[in-house]
Write a protein that binds this ligand. Structure first.
Ligand SMILES: [Zn+2]
Ligand SMILES: [Zn+2]
Length: 94
């Protein structure tokens, strides 16, 4: 397994960051969303989003970035920071 695959596995294990950290809905199974422009695309710039918040009508790709950010008062960068914080906590706990 490559380092990128291992990292994305860890991201996926966290559950949707929007459900958990922004909406307080607890753990929900998720997919991995690549943030930023295609030019910046990296498996290390990824956040966990559940299918609805990823591709659904109320999700990032469904709403589009501007409406998504406005609706949830967040941004991909903020969600990435929360995700990295959660990974750091998980490492401490392990
Ligand atoms: Zn979600
Ligand atoms: Zn995506």
């Amino acid at each position: 397994m490559t380092a990128a695959q291992k990292h994305m596995g860890l991201i996926a294990s966290l559950g949707c960051v929007l459900c958990r950290r922004v909406l307080d809905l607890g753990y929900t199974p998720c997919e991995v969303h690549h943030i930023g422009d295609t030019a910046d695309r990296s498996d290390f710039l990824t956040i966990p989003l559940c299918p609805e918040h990823h591709r659904g009508a109320t999700g990032f790709h469904g709403l589009g970035e501007r409406a998504f950010n406005r609706t949830y008062r967040t941004s991909e960068t903020k969600l990435l920071a929360m995700t990295l914080e959660d990974l750091a906590k998980q490492r401490r706990a392990a």
